[in-house]
Write a protein that binds this ligand. Sequence first.
Ligand code: MRU
Length: 359
Amino acid sequence: MSDIQQSGAPIKGVLEPIRWNEGTLELLDQRLLPEQTVYLNLTTVQEVWEAIRNLAVRGAPAIGISAAFGVVLGVQHFPGPVTAMADEALRHAAHLATSRPTAVNLFWALDRMKERAKTLAASGVSSREAVEALLAEAKQIQAEDIETNRRIGEHALTLFEDGMGVLTHCNAGGLATSKYGTALAPFYLALEQGIALKVYADETRPVLQGARLTAFELQQAGVDVTLITDNMAAHVMSKGWVQAVIVGTDRVAANGDVANKIGTYGVAVLAKAHNIPFYVACPMSTIDLSTPTGASIPIEERHADEVTVGFGKRTAPEGVKVYNPAFDVTPSELVTAIITEKGIVTAPYDIGLRKLFDE
Ligand code: MRU
């Protein structure tokens, strides 16, 4: 079993995406990776909103944690009484919630901060004490994320055997969380335990999270990773090189439908066609029982430039019509298992997921 001490040691070569440093939120600017390692020093709520919106920080858990610290930034110098400070915190939380629509972890973390602010307002502590308590809550969300991901990794690793080829899509790694990641956590634990896994990373058009982030962080850590373009996945599977697929997710609906980075649904269809298990790894905070099916998950659409201006130049004609959804929904029928910190759930997901929350 894991322990906090073990979780505290950095993974070799994997950068920390989110750091709190004496009143400043330091976010690794993931848009610049793998070429440059630059931390943005953020001191306002609006800066955090923009960092989330513009993908300087991305990945479901990471945006939730960043937003939680964003709330603290918004109130840390608040001069008034605690009730007014709490109102201000709620206002900032409401604004941060508009930064991106799909990953439910954002709303989950902000709800936690709002609840804490309300409790503090009712408790009659000073504004200063309340700010400290809100900061402690944001730090706690981040610390829990590390422990949660390690547990996810431990459960996921039970599904893999030495020598297996495993394909992943997008980046659900240390860069998308506080540490370990969700889908990538078993790869780091395998490395610790001397279990050899061969990872195939889809490059993940249009923003290339697989190429720029997954290939980068796994390579830095010493995991055996091979980068492929998205349209190579079927070919690689047909060769018998992939024994499992594992991806992260931005929101799991009550029926087990899974929203994740655009292209994930296609990978799941390919896995089914090749009789390869398709696993989804996520913290409990990504499971949204209030969303009945994938059809109700809001899918973010992003700017056309992500599709038409790639590789530092225009890659499509000026004025062409573009459709650019950032996520798709994989129907639960294609999901072999969902791996959380509490254990592994298989179909029927409506029953299994609810049971996890009741435990
Ligand atoms: O647009 P992004 O880069 O935020 O999308 C990220 C993903 O789709 C991840 O797979 C998901 O958030 C899980 S991260 C543990």
